[in-house]
Design a protein around this ligand. Structure first.
Ligand code: SF4
Ligand code: SF4
Length: 115
């Protein structure tokens, strides 16, 4: 039986996870939603804002020039917050990595009945 998480981590919008090097994976249905949200054609979005992932399994958002920050990060805001990819929505509650707490300012809130 899987262990239930005792905490839910609430994002504080510190933007650290938007500045890490690496892929920000976008799937086909996400591309459709993001392009519509930005008011541009899908092929224009793919051409201007994506690249092949490092593992070549699909597409990733590109970075700002001379930076590892995601192209959709504008100041301390995500330009596509309403339709951001699942990878972004899932950190750190759905996925994370050893030592993530040192990099992320999310606040742990006990899950009712679990803490
Ligand atoms: S690093 Fe953590 S607190 Fe900062 S924006 Fe990402 S999820 Fe939110
Ligand atoms: S899409 Fe938005 S939330 Fe995701 S990494 Fe880029 S700026 Fe951050």
């Amino acid at each position: 039986m899987p262990i239930k998480p005792r905490f839910h981590y609430v994002c504080q919008r510190c933007t650290a996870c938007c500045k890490w090097a690496g892929d920000v994976r976008v799937e086909d249905e996400e591309i459709t939603k993001i392009a519509a949200f930005l008011g541009i054609e899908e092929n224009v979005f793919v051409q201007d804002y994506t690249r092949i992932r490092a593992d070549r399994t699909g597409l990733s958002l590109i970075d700002h020039e001379n930076s590892t920050a995601c192209i959709m990060l504008e100041g301390d805001k995500c330009r596509i917050h309403e339709v951001k990819p699942e990878q972004c929505k899932g950190f750190p509650n759905v996925w994370n990595f050893p030592g993530w707490e040192k990099e992320c300012e999310a606040i742990a809130v006990p899950i009712k009945g679990e803490a």
